[in-house]
Design a protein around this ligand. Sequence first.
Ligand SMILES: C[C@@](CO)(OP(=O)(O)O)[C@H](O)COP(=O)(O)OP(=O)(O)OC[C@H]1O[C@@H](n2ccc(N)nc2=O)[C@H](O)[C@@H]1O
Ligand SMILES: Nc1ncnc2c1ncn2[C@@H]1O[C@H](COP(=O)(O)OP(=O)(O)O)[C@@H](O)[C@H]1O
Length: 297
Amino acid sequence: MADTVNATMHDFQPFPAPAKINLFLHITGRRPDGYHLMQSVFRLLDFGDTVHIRPRHDGAICRTEPIPGVAEIDDLCIRAATLLQQHTNSKMGADIHVSKHTPMGGGLGGGSSDAATVLLALNHLWQLGLKREELIALGLQLGADVPFFIFGQNAWVEGIGEKLQPIQLPHTCYLVITPRVHISTAEIFSSKELTRDTKPTTMATFLTGMVQNDLETVVRQQYPEVAKTLIWLSQFSKARMSGSGASVFAEFENQEQAEAVLARVKQTRELQQYADCEVSGFCAHGLNRHPLYTLAD
Ligand SMILES: C[C@@](CO)(OP(=O)(O)O)[C@H](O)COP(=O)(O)OP(=O)(O)OC[C@H]1O[C@@H](n2ccc(N)nc2=O)[C@H](O)[C@@H]1O
Ligand SMILES: Nc1ncnc2c1ncn2[C@@H]1O[C@H](COP(=O)(O)OP(=O)(O)O)[C@@H](O)[C@H]1O
């Protein structure tokens, strides 16, 4: 019996890290430190990474499998665990690795969601009892997208990503397509062409659809692959870009319709030829709650 308990204690536990899309994104100003003020609706998806965590009692925080292109010291999972350990003076540690499904640098918040999942999971595994608000404040130190994932509900977002209000959204099916181009979020935000003075909008206007992604204009100009993917996807349904790209998405009435368009991407490769780059894609439904919502009060 003791062996069974021991074995269980030393196993990795899987924790989901859902991706997000930005249903719109307006840039309304800029703070003195250069960060941009925005309005956005962030939507959780039932698609994402899985973070595997095994608590350690010696205080070490170790990445047990590499993520290509991300050094251990820069890995948002490791940074999140280290920040939490320092903040709480915990003597506990963890082994961590991620099964990556969310395309990196895709505007889908994959790294930020991994970090939020580590904070939520270790708060539970290390029995820290931190409140959601405290975890959100820690998350903001790691990235502007992290607070949303800890908040754990679809949100109307303002500030740089830290002012969050829950928003009810219908059960929608999305097709998400990612052209394989590397887009730096910092580069798009620092572009001369970016408009930073969109007038503050309201939830009522969002519901009429009179909103856009202000970053999309800049990305379209600089990355023809993204511009072409948006044109291609628009044949089927209104297509928009998520975050700072490169992913684009469209809503479909049902999964069959979304899968049919995805099949065209995967089988005929017509989009790859048109956009002149590799693309990946997936179908997902919107979630109402983060699967780990109950791990914080
Ligand atoms: C644009 C959005 C929209 O959801 O998402 P992604 O495209 O990254 O998914 C986010 O605001 C991105 O959040 P995140 O990816 O966490 O950004 P951070 O690491 O905090 O910032 C990366 C860089 O982008 C710029 N930045 C980011 C957010 C913001 N409100 N203003 C900024 O100017 C800063 O130059 C910063 O150094
Ligand atoms: N665990 C992680 N997963 C993904 N990216 C990470 C991770 N840790 C650090 N990064 C870095 O964060 C960058 C942004 O990643 P990601 O959050 O996936 O995209 P985005 O911010 O466009 O939504 C990556 O290009 C990578 O260099």
